[in-house]
Write a protein that binds this ligand. Structure first.
Ligand SMILES: Cc1cc2nc3c(=O)[nH]c(=O)nc-3n(C[C@H](O)[C@H](O)[C@H](O)COP(=O)(O)OP(=O)(O)OC[C@H]3O[C@@H](n4cnc5c(N)ncnc54)[C@H](O)[C@@H]3O)c2cc1C
Length: 459
């Protein structure tokens, strides 16, 4: 329970209207988008408006040893934004200004609570774009994206959030406001604190300002949908496109369970009798785009594609991509719990991983719907189950262990983009061993000796 005097002190910093302590206000901050995880109510939700206010809150929390969980939009799929030890949820949504679009230096300076799609809308006005586009781009914050190292549909060609962050302003657990990196594209001065903070999942500091690179919008782009009667053929097509040295902006896969769920929810005309579809987008100079599209067509035919549809209009294209972005919503309607994993494997191993997931669903008698930014090896098996059925819950736990074991055996990693948070924490040692965990523990201890920032997460 937070002491009355402490709450009073915090209220003086951010104002009464930005501190919430009533249970009915706290409930939605106990969870994020992760399903099937036990929830704990925070004791207070605090909404600061500046780095200075964040600094004062952290100084109070550090003195009083109160856990603080930074939070953007709460769309984490790994339990990262859940206040599992109570304490304060520090929400950044009042820090939501796009401070600058610098079209001469191709960069933007933003506050962490900016919705990522809003940055793109502003950048587009001067012919620029911010490539990382998680499925949650329309409602997650850029601060959350940076804290997790989010990826997205364009990750294959353009990389992920970590490739675009040039500099940060971060408030450390003891209240110091520090700057990392800067506005230059090159910068090797000092330790790379920017890279340390990207993906630190709110465990090392609170990000209060972000400088990101922007790119010119490509002059041409074409999207297509390739329909397959065999999942394996679709998976082999992904590896073949990459092996042929074509790097589409997007190369996503949906299996039959995903297709049916999305179509039932969005009615965009997806082929519900297909075993898999690939969503492909190529962009660049018009002539090259056409060449790549033709080459991809050939590769799809070599892998027995049933049908290929190239979007004729921007509306047609957006309809399919919007349905893809709504996949998670569609899948959560199938049962009361959808656990989405994001183990990632080297690209040539995508067919092996897809086959393994089909096999594991059979062996554990589970419904698994698989989609993913498969072109970059990032596969999302969604396990839909009844969390009130202990036997099914046990089978899910065993299946998840095998999925992670297999991804690591194939040379992959536990998480390509959703972060470790709470749900993948037990498996970190498998990937890093004792040595790696010790290095990370020492970094955490050096920067947050009182363990106030997002305790119980990551490792
Ligand atoms: C429908 C749907 C689709 C999704 N698609 C994708 C996808 O394609 N790719 C992908 O990578 N993810 C995806 N996600 C997951 C999620 O949207 C991302 O992880 C996103 O980056 C989280 O942003 P957020 O603002 O919601 O952060 P939150 O969920 O609020 O927080 C996430 C983590 O970041 C920390 N954090 C937040 N803000 C700060 C800050 N300012 N300083 C320090 N730490 C902070 C939190 O403590 C927490 O650990 C999806 C989620 C949903 C629900």
């Amino acid at each position: 329970m937070l002491k009355h005097e402490v709450l009073k002190e915090i209220t003086l910093v951010v104002g009464k209207q930005n501190v919430f302590t009533e249970p009915e206000d706290l409930h939605c901050y106990a969870t994020d988008a992760t399903l099937g995880v036990p929830v704990v109510l925070p004791e207070a939700v605090v909404k600061p408006a500046s780095a200075e206010e964040v600094s004062q809150i952290l100084q109070i929390a550090n003195r009083e040893l109160i856990p603080v969980v930074p939070r953007g939009a709460g769309t984490s799929l790994s339990g990262g934004a859940m206040p599992i030890q109570g304490g304060i949820v520090l929400e950044t949504t009042r820090m939501n200004k796009i401070l600058e679009i610098d079209k001469d230096n191709l960069l933007a300076v933003v506050e962490p609570g900016v919705i990522t799609a809003h940055l793109n809308q502003e950048a587009a006005k001067v012919g620029l774009f911010y490539p990382p586009d998680p499925g949650s781009v329309a409602f997650s914050t850029i601060g959350g994206n940076v804290a997790v190292g989010a990826g997205g549909l364009r990750g294959l060609k353009y990389g992920t959030t970590k490739d675009y962050v040039l500099g940060l302003e971060v408030v450390m657990p003891w209240g110091a406001i520090v700057k990392t990196g800067g506005r230059t594209v090159k910068n090797v001065t000092g330790y790379d604190l920017t890279k340390l903070m990207v993906g630190s999942e709110g465990t090392l500091g609170v990000i209060t300002k972000i400088i990101v690179k922007l790119l010119p919008i490509p002059p041409a782009s074409r999207s297509m949908l390739a329909v397959f009667d065999d999942l394996n053929n679709a998976a082999e097509t992904i590896s073949a496109i990459i092996a042929n040295r074509i790097i589409p902006a997007t190369l996503d896969i949906m299996d039959k369970n995903v297709i049916r769920a999305v179509e039932a929810s969005s009615r965009v005309g997806l082929p519900v009798d297909a075993e898999a579809i690939l969503l492909i987008e190529v962009d660049g100079v018009e002539q090259v785009v056409e060449q790549e599209l033709n080459r991809i067509r050939e590769i799809c035919h070599q892998h027995h594609v049933r049908e290929m549809k190239v979007a004729r209009t921007a509306e047609e294209k957006e309809q399919v991509w919007a349905a893809r972005r709504n996949t998670y919503g569609a899948l959560t309607k199938i049962n009361n719990t959808d656990l989405v994993e994001d183990a990632t494997v080297p690209r040539s191993k995508v067919p092996d991983m897809m086959r393994f997931i089909v096999d594991i669903a059979k062996r554990y008698n589970l419904t698994i719907a698989t989609l993913g930014h498969a072109g970059d090896g990032n596969i999302h098996p969604n396990i839909m189950f009844d969390r009130n059925d202990p036997d099914e819950v046990h089978r899910v736990e065993e299946a998840i262990k095998e999925i992670f074991e297999t991804a690591l055996r194939l040379g992959g990693t536990l998480s390509g983009e959703h972060g470790i948070g709470l749900t993948k924490r037990p498996f970190m040692r498998w990937e890093f061993g004792d040595g790696g965990i010790e290095v990370m523990s020492r970094i955490k201890k050096a920067l947050d000796p009182n363990f106030i920032l997002n305790p119980g997460k990551k490792f």
